[in-house]
Design a protein around this ligand. Structure first.
Ligand SMILES: Nc1ncnc2c1ncn2[C@@H]1O[C@H](COP(=O)(O)OP(=O)(O)OP(=O)(O)O)[C@@H](O)[C@H]1O
Length: 373
């Protein structure tokens, strides 16, 4: 079993510390996505797990093996880790099969050994797994970007790793290919029973294919949870805004409701990093997801005229159409602005008069957590 455990990992360069007591866990055979703004330390974490960087303190355990801890630093080639970089990084003078075979030799073989191993049953199996068996004899220069990434994945799996690290592997691909390849990666890791970590700049990608998501900022993990936990119950307003579209309102907490400029909303208070929950009467920051904002057109002939008690008047000031849905910007009569996500069938043109309401309970955060994270 190859569960990954990272505890209290502190890592830095000569310029100073970059990771501060980072902890993540990935159960055997599952995929963790790491997201966070540029420079927050995602690659540094990956490189430390791979053994390419030494930790100042903390632990990395892969399955039963402690690979990094005080006084221990197992060499990268002994960690049984496969690496898939952003640009495939294949050997240009070796064929597809030979590149995969090179992975099987764990980087220790010669080109001649790779040529021999390229004819093995295992290389054939891996190429079939990534759907590239017919291209086994091609050189990397004759492959598309997506095909090259599939070879890099097969090569990473060829050494029989316990853990595969994927550093922005789809970054350079067009959106169609990206979608196909990420599903292929997910299925392959599952089929092979390999634990994986994926660094990505694409939050939607992280939420859609990973079993767990770690949201990093400034060298710390702010939240580790399932995609649903991270999206539905973000640890802080900053996490909420980073992983998805968010509308923030100011309000005052009264029991299980919060009084806001757009009326009283059912609310669940969220504890901050210190475990403190906003108290009754406290000023709070309220999170509303745009899909929780219901919009009803009132200036169309078919529109029902009678307003609900909890609806507010507004005007659609902008429409961002994405095909399957659209984001509406709505200006309320009192000047406040909201974003609402509607399905293509609920599309309302710019300038329409609408009534808006919030569906479902919202989350209420102490304003300090909004300010600091
Ligand atoms: N070799 C290095 N020497 C000194 N500082 C470095 C080195 N590599 C990275 N850093 C610094 O460490 C911090 C974290 O970098 P890292 O590459 O881990 O971030 P990242 O989250 O992967 O960023 P990106 O999303 O842009 O790839 C940054 O401030 C970066 O400038």
């Amino acid at each position: 079993m190859s569960r990954l455990e990272v505890r209290d990992l502190t890592v830095g360069y000569e310029s100073g510390p970059v990771l501060h007591a980072v902890g993540v866990e990935v159960p055997h055979g599952e995929l963790l996505a790491i997201v966070g703004p540029s420079g927050c330390g995602k690659t540094t974490l990956l490189r430390t797990i791979a053994g390419l960087l030494r930790a100042r303190s903390g632990e990395v355990r892969i399955g039963q093996r402690m690979v990094t801890t005080h006084g221990i630093h197992l060499a990268p080639e002994k960690r049984r880790i496969g690496w898939v970089p952003q640009d495939a990084a294949l050997f240009p003078h070796l064929t597809v099969a030979e590149n995969v075979a090179f992975g099987m030799l764990a980087g220790r073989g010669s080109s001649r050994a790779a040529r021999r191993a390229a004819r093995s049953e295992e290389v054939r199996r891996l190429l079939e797994l990534v759907d590239l068996a017919p291209l086994a004899e091609r050189l990397p220069g004759q492959l598309s970007g997506g095909q090259a990434q599939r070879v890099a994945l097969a090569r990473a799996l060829a050494s029989g790793p316990e853990l595969v690290l994927l550093d922005e592997p789809f970054g350079a691909l067009d959106p169609m290919l990206r979608g196909d390849l990420r599903l292929a990666v997910r299925e392959l890791l599952r089929a092979e029973g390999v634990t994986g970590i994926l660094v990505t700049h694409d939050q939607a990608e992280a939420l859609s294919i990973a079993d767990h998501v770690a949201v990093m900022r400034g060298g710390e993990v702010l939240q580790l949870g399932t995609p649903e936990e991270v999206y539905r119950t973000p640890a802080t307003p900053w996490v909420a805004g980073f992983v998805g579209d968010a509308v923030f309102l100011s309000g005052v907490l009264h029991g299980d409701e919060v009084a806001t400029g757009i009326g009283r909303l059912r609310a669940t208070p969220v504890a901050d990093a210190a475990g403190l929950v906003p108290e009754d009467g406290a000023a709070v920051t309220v999170l509303v997801r745009p899909e929780e904002v219901r919009v009803r057109r009132v200036d169309a002939p078919s529109a029902a005229p009678a307003p609900d008690a909890d609806e507010l008047d507004g005007v659609v000031t902008d429409v961002e159409y994405t095909g399957h849905d659209a984001m509406l910007a709505v200006a309320l009569a009192d000047g406040q602005r909201l974003q609402a996500r509607v399905t293509a069938s609920g599309l309302v043109p710019r300038g329409s008069e609408v009534r808006v309401s919030i569906t479902g309970p919202v989350l209420a955060y102490a304003p300090e957590s909004a300010a600091t994270a």
